[in-house]
Write a protein that binds this ligand. Sequence first.
Ligand code: GLV
Ligand code: GLV
Length: 324
Amino acid sequence: MSYRVLITEPIVESVVQRLENHFRVDVGKRGDFNNEEQLVKAIPNYDALLPMLSNPVTARVIEAGSKLKIIANHAVGYNNIDLEAAKKNDVKVANTPDVLTQSSADLGMALLLAVARKIVEAQDYLKAGKFEGWEPLGFLGMELNGNTLGIVGMGRIGTALARRAKAFGMNICYHNRSHVESELEDELDATYMKSVRELAEKCDVLSLNCPLTDETHHLVNRDILAAMPDHAIIINTARGPVIDEEALAEALHSGIIGGAGLDVFENEPEVHPRILNAPNCVITPHIASATHQSRKSIGMLAADAIIGVLQGKPDSDIPNLIQL
Ligand code: GLV
Ligand code: GLV
């Protein structure tokens, strides 16, 4: 009798095939399992779950999974999974580090450039037939060279973004829960700031690259936004709830900050209506890891963890398992 695996929605086909070489695999319909009830209903049939970041893998889901051995999230972030419940029920959890670092840092840079140079606004103007020739005072933006990027969360993606920004001539500051190695500081000439507030005061661009946890929920609130210079740009490719979206909408509309580039939102797939119509705000629908290369590797890495666990490999041979 072979193990059963649930992939909650269609992913890159070669990943599905790889799992099918070993197990009985079901693939859900797009969005079906964005709902806890559906997961609770389905999970008793499965030995392994490959969920999307939009699937709430709650304590109820995990407790209902009487055969469940491994949850391999199709994402590097795993705030959608109740780790405590997984630990209590002896279910292993994996994520997909490294394989989306470069694609995510690319998107962070793309959003930064798009906001700083008003690319979307300028394109809208052009397409609306408003271009009447070169203007000395049209669409003046922020130059990256010589300005300061502040990174909240100098992990893999934060570091990859810092390297890109450094190549554009930016100065790098960062805040982390712990002070990172001096080697990295030397390479990037990066300055550690003791608090997010200090970082916010000091930088022209603030980028969020931290995981969503109880501590980082609404880390960027009214006070932090008010501490930023009024020309400053905020970039969020991490998780929506790291910013208080209501406060951000207000800050953008009232000119407390200069602009925002957002790939993630507090209540996805909804976007706050005042973010949708905010000035100097470029938004994308959670696509930071959306390259052919990353999405295939994400799937394969999640599949590796499932194959490893169901074939009884020791944890130490499955590098993307999360320490519970
Ligand atoms: C995307 O947001 C991810 O966490 O992989
Ligand atoms: C996620 O991959 C991070 O460490 O930034």
